[in-house]
Design a protein around this ligand. Structure first.
Ligand code: SF4
Length: 229
């Protein structure tokens, strides 16, 4: 039976924490070293790259960011950029008009309120134009190693299937995961679950037949063999 979510029961029980640790340990075995695949040299570059990564692959982002940051290396530069020129550079990352507006407005906001320096507090990061908790958490965890849990579509799907949560609200899931894991494990949680969601626990056809967590998972629509197998 799926466990009730910690928010439904109050604080997670010792058993729920132990189960969550077992899941993380197995993911650590599969993914000993985890980090973002986005290329970056500082927090500012990672912040922009993370915004650009919406609806596309990290590989696509990594193809455009070297040119982007070569022409506009700082938030001050990008805030003053001609949007049409930015659109040309990031075109292949998809949704280029909207993404150009987002990164130019984000740059202007960062310059105006933080003198172009990316803040290291979640509460400040999420006040920036277009920056949500997921993006802020990626930047905190990856750029500075500050404990943070980013909840994206993969984390939402996998944690629900595993019964760790029964919420569809990313903020609630983030808070539940914070309660389940010690703070020094937070940063490794997201990246491993995201990679696992990409490799194994696929949205449409999870590869349950090769899943190292199958015995911990109560998802009723498990795919127990490959198609045609
Ligand atoms: S058993 Fe299937 S649904 Fe459950 S976590 Fe593994 S891949 Fe996902």
């Amino acid at each position: 039976m799926p466990r009730r979510s910690p928010l439904e029961t109050g604080e997670p029980t010792t058993e729920e924490k132990r189960d969550a640790r077992v899941i993380l340990n197995r993911l650590k075995k599969r993914y000993p070293q985890m980090g973002t695949a986005l290329a970056y040299t500082d927090a500012w570059h990672l912040l922009v790259a993370t915004v650009l990564s919406a609806q596309t692959t990290d590989e696509n982002v990594n193809k455009v960011t070297p040119v982007l940051f070569d022409r506009w290396p700082t938030a001050h530069d990008l805030a003053a950029a001609d949007p049409e020129q930015v659109e040309e550079v990031i075109f292949s990352a998809g949704f280029y008009r909207q993404k150009t507006k987002s990164i130019v407005a984000l740059s202007a906001d960062l310059v105006e309120r933080f003198d172009g320096v990316v803040p290291q507090e979640l509460e400040e990061l999420v006040t920036l134009h277009g920056v949500g908790r997921k993006t802020a958490s990626v930047v905190l965890a990856e750029a500075w190693g500050i404990p943070a849990i980013a909840v994206d579509t993969h984390v939402k799907r996998v944690t629900n299937r595993l019964g760790i949560t029964h919420s569809s609200d990313p903020t609630k899931i983030e808070l539940e995961l914070r309660d389940l894991y010690p703070m020094d494990h937070w940063s490794g949680v997201s990246m491993r679950i995201i990679q696992f969601g990409r490799d194994v626990c696929d949205a449409r056809r999870p590869r349950c037949w090769e899943c190292p967590l199958a015995d911990r998972c109560a998802y009723p629509e498990k795919a127990l063999r490959p198609e045609g197998g």
